[in-house]
Design a binder for this molecule. Structure first.
Ligand code: ARG
Length: 463
């Protein structure tokens, strides 16, 4: 229903209330009520500062403080009545404060505007999400390290082009994801540090003539310092974009891993058994166990990329400073954060519960001529062949094995010598997959000993 009276928070110069459609497009309370706790926290810090600087009296500040605490408990208890006519969380809280404490409520907005208020609230909310993101990544990395430790020396095929390339170890593959999520963690920590400046006190855009103490509110709200430019403070949403960018890159990593788990858990691969807790059955095919959690992680990622793109589009055409367009920032970040946290938790659960199928991994590791490079390297190292010639000789032997329907180690020494007379029995030492992975001792290589070095390094980093 359209309210025919003008808005009681800003309607002084308005003769009539907004059209119903205007109210529908303008109101943000349906979603920004998620920032209620941050709004109240910001207001409490502001009121305390106004009193400390003598801008309002201590008794007014005390009335405001008590009123805000009452409102917080009403909101937490679900008894607070949100009103679309009051547009947003800021005006809903302030209007209720007026009902509760009367005149002093009107002094809370001294030296402040909704522009610095919303920037502050949203930053506080997003900062909590950075912290949850950090914790989610750390938990996931620990789950991956546990897998890496259990299977540091399990052999499996490594792929390029999804074609069997060279044998690697399960631990090494898990550690590749540790590196990826580790970079995500460093991005999150970097962004968290950068965003931690307080917009409060920038007021509408130009600062204020009241003798406010911005350091005091910054400190009370856990910010490192106040934003140094009031125009930037109210028009900046980089922190939200930083969150969405970090979320997007992490989401891309989650999606790649999810895709591997879908492939690995298929009947054709059988590299991994996902736990019942993170799988579902089919209503018609009794034999099926579907990797739904992995599929949903893979799919949810699209919403996160979408949010990042959407907010970039919102911001890209805006002149300084605040424009109402910026109200469209929140739903994107809320949705992306919800889905990211869910995807991280689901991935962590799946990784903790999954069982690498050691025998199947080992069988697959030896197939597809996966030790051909080891053979070529042996020809270089032992017979002194130039690598290109060794590559050619090995290729001929692979062709021979393929025609015979066997694997490289199954060729006889005579067959090998028919291609290159210098080959000796020693070649068989490098053809086994275990030998192959153990020999890859270069830093960051797949040898179990190197994998264990990296596991220890990550444990130190996270300690
Ligand atoms: N609901 C608004 C938002 O989310 C609050 C700021 C409104 N400021 C204004 N000048 N109209 O952006």
């Amino acid at each position: 229903m359209t309210d025919t009276t003008s808005n009681k928070m800003w309607g002084g110069r308005f003769a009539a209330g907004p059209d119903a459609i205007m109210e529908a497009i303008n109101a943000s309370i349906s979603f920004d009520k998620r920032m209620a706790a941050q709004d109240i926290e910001g207001s409490r810090a502001h009121a305390a500062m106004l009193a400390a600087t003598g801008i309002i009296t201590d008794s007014d500040a005390e009335a405001i403080r008590e009123g805000l605490l009452t409102i917080l408990s009403e909101i937490e208890g679900g008894t607070f009545e949100f009103s679309a006519a009051l547009e947003d969380i800021h005006m809903n809280v302030e209007a209720r404060l007026k009902e509760l404490i009367g005149a002093p409520a009107g002094r809370l907005h001294t030296g402040r505007s909704r522009n610095d208020q919303v920037a502050t609230d949203f930053k506080l909310w997003t900062r909590d999400q950075f912290d949850a993101f950090d914790a989610g990544l750390v938990a996931l990395i620990h789950a991956l390290l546990a897998q890496a430790e259990a299977g540091a020396d399990w052999v499996m095929p490594g792929f390029t082009h999804l074609q069997t390339a060279q044998p690697v170890t399960w631990g090494h593959h898990m550690l590749a994801y540790v590196e990826m999520f580790g970079r995500d963690l460093s991005r999150v920590r970097d962004a968290r540090k950068r965003m931690n400046e307080s917009p409060l006190g920038a007021a509408a855009l130009a600062g204020t003539s009241f003798p406010i103490d911005r350091d005091m509110t910054a400190q009370a709200l856990g910010f490192d310092r106040p934003c140094a430019n009031s125009l930037d403070a109210v028009s900046d949403r980089d922190f939200a974009l930083d969150f969405l960018s970090c979320a997007s890159i992490c989401a891309m990593h989650l999606s790649r891993f999810a895709e591997e788990l879908v492939i690995w858990s298929s009947a054709q691969f059988r590299f991994v058994a996902l736990s019942d807790r993170f799988s579902t059955g089919s209503s018609i095919m009794p034999q099926k166990k579907n990797p739904d959690a992995a599929e949903l992680i893979r799919a949810k990622i699209g919403r996160i990329f979408g949010a990042n793109t959407a907010l970039m589009m919102v911001m890209k055409g805006l002149p300084l400073t605040y424009s109402k367009d910026m109200q469209e920032d929140k739903e994107q970040v809320f949705d992306a954060a919800d889905n990211l946290m869910l995807a991280l938790a689901a991935m962590e659960g799946m990784v903790r519960d999954m069982t690498g199928q050691r025998d199947n991994l080992a069988a697959a590791a030896g197939s597809g001529f996966s030790t051909a490079t080891d053979l070529a390297d042996w020809l270089v190292r032992v017979l002194g062949l130039p690598f290109r010639d060794a590559h050619h000789v090995t290729g001929t032997l692979v062709g021979m094995a393929e025609k015979a329907g066997c694997d490289l180690p199954d060729l006889t020494l005579e067959q090998m010598q028919s291609v290159h007379g210098g080959i000796t029995h020693g070649v068989f030492d490098v053809l086994g997959v275990e030998n192959s992975v153990n020999s890859r001792m270069s830093y960051g290589g797949t040898a179990p000993a190197q994998v264990r070095v990296q596991i220890e390094r990550w444990k130190d980093i996270l300690a």
